[in-house]
Design a binder for this molecule. Structure first.
Ligand code: SF4
Length: 329
């Protein structure tokens, strides 16, 4: 069996920053350490950190007054920030800067009196946070049909924003529908879909047709991972999403000569390595790295962790691709 191992895959800069920040905060402040929602949408990482005393909460009332609270990479609404302040929590904000950019756009447009349309997935943590920036002014759509059903009249000033991890193709369809309905609608100067989402989707789009099966490592609630599976399927290549190698089943591969293997932006590389080991063991698989694009982006940790790291001399290159082995001095 041939494995086409897709590159880029796995951690984006935002996830790497969030995981490094959580690792450092946990080792320096100790457990329990509270995180609002899942730090990133990955079941393995959530389990790994939960076992070490990280408490993932959905309600700030579950955090004792004065405790340390981390915001996840998906960001939070201003309402959550105010509540955290009122409870005198020691907040560490690991919102991805590319999500913060969309929050900033929402605030700027809303201040100037625009009606806003957000293209995103209802209930996703990132979407909930952005909607909170201008309640009443932002309308969520997740399909072309929902654009047609928008009940907002013909606002003079209207703009749209998008969730960072949408399918590029779906976004283009919805964008076209918005432009048909509101020809004067404005969009931000730079695309809201992030570089990591673009690159991972483009790589799968380029390679999927060469394989009879796509294995996407990523959790079901990971928007960017799900989009990778959708893209492979849309190109006629059946796709299976797995959280890790323990979910693989031998019968999936009976008539398969070539497998495409990739991972979502919140998946540590150790899970890819273990999946490859399983495939080698069971099918004597040969691995071909397929590189579509080099990524060089890195994001800084939140300021208070940066200062702490500088004070105690921790290198900026802590490896968190295998959380089991991530140790800090
Ligand atoms: S997927 Fe994109 S927006 Fe989300 S954390 Fe990664 S870089 Fe940031």
């Amino acid at each position: 069996m041939r494995i086409l191992l897709v590159n880029p895959r796995g951690y984006c800069a935002g996830v790497e920053m969030a995981i490094k920040s959580l690792e450092l905060a946990l080792q320096r402040f100790g457990a329990p350490l509270y995180v609002y929602h899942q730090i990133v949408h990955n079941a393995y990482l959530v389990e790994h950190f939960s076992a070490r005393g990280v408490v993932f909460i959905d309600d700030l009332q579950d955090v004792p007054v004065g405790a340390t609270l981390m915001y996840s990479a998906h960001g939070v609404s201003p309402g959550i920030r105010q509540e955290a302040q009122a409870r005198e929590l020691n907040v560490i904000d690991t919102t991805c800067p590319l999500v913060t950019k969309v929050h900033g756009e929402a605030v700027r447009y809303a201040r100037r009196g625009y009606t806003l349309v957000l293209v995103g997935h209802r209930g996703h943590d990132e979407v909930v946070g952005i909607m909170g920036e201008a309640p009443g002014a932002i309308h969520l759509v997740q399909s072309v049909e929902e654009v047609a059903a928008l009940d907002i009249g013909r606002p003079e000033r209207i703009a749209y924003l998008t969730q960072t991890t949408l399918s590029v193709a779906d976004k283009q369809d919805i964008e076209a529908a918005l432009l048909r309905r509101f020809p004067h609608i404005e969009q931000p100067r730079t695309d809201d879909i992030c570089y990591a989402t673009h690159n991972r989707q483009q790589a799968v789009r380029k390679l999927a047709a060469k394989a009879q099966l796509a294995i996407i490592i990523g959790s079901q609630n990971s928007s960017n991972s799900r989009r990778l599976a959708d893209i492979a399927q849309s190109l006629g290549t059946p796709a299976r999403m797995i959280d890790g190698p323990e979910e693989l089943q031998q019968h999936w591969f009976t008539t398969v000569g070539t497998v495409l293997l990739t991972s979502g932006a919140s998946v540590p590389e150790s899970l890819v390595d273990e999946t490859l080991d399983w495939l080698r063991q069971h099918f004597d698989a040969s691995i071909e790295e397929q590189s579509a694009k080099q990524e060089t982006q890195h994001f800084h940790m939140p300021p208070q962790l940066r200062r702490l790291r500088e004070r105690i001399g921790i290198p900026s290159t802590v490896n968190v691709q295998d959380p089991e082995k991530a140790t800090l001095p």
